[in-house]
Design a protein around this ligand. Sequence first.
Ligand code: SF4
Ligand code: SF4
Length: 298
Amino acid sequence: MKDEKTYNVYFRITDKCNLECKHCCYDCGPKGDSMLSSNIKKVVDNIPAGVKDFELTGGEPFVVKPLLYEALSYIQSKKFPKISVIVQTNGFWIKDEDSNYKILKELCDLGVNYIDFTSNDEFHKEQGIDINKLHMNVNILPSPLGKALDRLNDEFPGLENRYSKIGLHLRGAGKRVQPLGRAKSLPIEMIHPFYPCLANINFYGQHKDVTIDPQGNVYLCCWQGPRSIGSVIETPLEQLVEDAENDPITKAIIDGGPQKLAKQIGMVSCISGINDCITCQKIFAELDRRPKAMEAVK
Ligand code: SF4
Ligand code: SF4
């Protein structure tokens, strides 16, 4: 029997954000574009039944809340059998107990399993979001989010884990970042040294992590480094993945990271000792200049 593939989907529904963090790898801000509402359903219809983590993010998805809720509602209606739904946010909407409760309840009703707060770092603090004040003491009342979660928990008595109805993750960028988007202007000492290729790790074998941008383009990694493997508005994700696995350029990256590709096409001078994604950027910039080099990949 043919093995079924599973997928984690990182779905960036918008490039719009209330903040303009200087490390933002997607260059998000108040003027960013969002996915058209009419395309949300087309994307979700093209996601295979093997989806596991389905993460809705941006930009900041709560800046386009009606679109976020529309996407969540449609995903919920599809009843994917293995799904875990995650919403990634900077948490700017955390305010008082009543408004937090309302939002958490809405997210529960829309089938969200986790909220992933991404703003536990100095870059977000510079922009006015101090998530620690809003969230860290969630287990020690009073905190506005903790109180709202307790109320929500009261509504679902008998849960073994008091927050099992809706889980929370808290993380941040730390001090080192990827040299992408606005972070390209940051000093070299702030760039991740020795960052490994995620496509070589997370797109290898039967489980695939993919990223979808607000235009519906699909990428091998969350950094959207290599070229898109196609539009999931037009083509089922399974087909795009199968085509990518048979494409010599993406196959080289999946099998051995950008170093393997660089060696195959005679671009070893592009190999960076610092970070695989820098190697990747250099290769694709060079391929734009010398498209014939691709003929070397078999
Ligand atoms: S890093 Fe996150 S919060 Fe900051 S501008 Fe980018 S999307 Fe917005
Ligand atoms: S090396 Fe390229 S494919 Fe791999 S994670 Fe970085 S940008 Fe993505």
